[in-house]
Ligand binder design. Structure first.
Ligand SMILES: Nc1ncnc2c1ncn2[C@@H]1O[C@H](COP(=O)(O)OP(=O)(O)OP(=O)(O)O)[C@@H](O)[C@H]1O
Ligand SMILES: [Mg+2]
Length: 265
């Protein structure tokens, strides 16, 4: 009960809360969460990024802060300041060593996420972005049920029909809990050959739009496959900071504006 009250208090200090989710693994949730938080920070929103992927916490690597050591305040654990306006929290910071796995069953995972929500001292934030593991299991369910007044979920899919099938389940879970879906992004949508400049639809095209129409949710846009995205992630840098004028950055900022407008409404 006390924990519940603390979570509500902490979350009430945060104006907007967005969860990034997908029914499918490896579709780019973390990449999108990192760049979404970066975009908010660049636009002067005081932003937090919380990684609740307990089994595969990739945020610290993608932000180049894997070896960070956290500090405490009198009010809880302080998130790590990554750059101006951007703070981050991940279970990875608490593991004894790189490569240590989390081998927990459901109740322990739920408890850990709730502890995250109650013990981390974010202070006052404009936006909190929460990166989730794939699927409809303990972690996303705990996030959806524990964060009061979640603005909504940014759903990520890739263009394959198999991704669409899994994402449909995730959308229905969110809808079943009466939480808004901000919209769906189709990632890894087409690849422009650097040699012949022709577009090759490696994973197909159009599943995001199709899902949006079928499930009556907003379509936020698509992002192509781009080798710089993968390289930047591996090197611990959001692609938005690599080159804000690149095609992928421009496309991302169009999606960002739609998300920004939707949460402001
Ligand atoms: N548009 C893109 N172009 C090229 N590579 C991409 C793109 N989006 C993501 N990637 C790469 O694909 C891989 C998977 O991305 P990411 O880790 O963000 O997916 P995820 O959905 O968070 O995965 P998980 O389900 O394991 O949490 C990463 O190596 C990332 O750099
Ligand atoms: Mg991930």
């Amino acid at each position: 009960m006390q924990q519940e009250i603390t979570i509500v208090k902490r979350m009430s200090n945060i104006k907007h809360k967005i969860a990034v989710m997908s029914g499918k693994g490896g579709v780019g949730k973390t990449t999108i969460a990192v760049n979404l938080a970066t975009a908010f920070a660049l636009k002067n929103y005081k932003t937090g990024l919380m990684d609740v992927d307990l089994h595969g916490p990739d945020i610290p690597h993608m932000l180049g802060v894997e070896n960070a050591i956290l500090e405490q305040s009198t009010n809880g654990i302080l998130p790590l300041k990554v750059r101006d306006n951007l703070e981050v929290m991940s279970i990875e910071f608490m593991l004894p060593s790189k490569g240590s796995p989390i081998i927990w069953r459901g109740p322990k995972k739920t408890g850990a996420i709730r502890q995250f929500l109650s013990d981390v001292d974010w202070g006052k934030l404009d936006v909190l972005v929460v990166d989730n593991p794939p699927g409809t299991g303990d972690e996303p369910l705990t996030v959806l049920q524990s964060i009061n007044q979640l603005d909504g979920v940014v759903m990520v899919t890739t263009p394959q029909a198999v991704a669409g099938e899994d994402v449909r389940k995730c959308v229905n879970m969110v809808k079943g809990l009466n939480i808004p879906i901000i919209g769906v992004i189709e990632n890894m949508s087409g690849f422009t050959c650097p040699h012949c400049k022709q577009e090759i639809n490696i994973f197909g095209k159009g599943e995001g739009k199709k899902l949006a129409e079928e499930l009556d949710i907003h379509y936020l846009g698509s992002l192509p496959l781009d080798t710089t995205v993968r390289k930047d992630s591996d090197q611990g840098k959001p692609f938005l900071l690599h080159d804000s004028k690149s095609d992928i950055s421009k496309k991302f900022m169009e999606i960002f504006s739609k998300i920004e407008n939707r949460i402001k409404k």
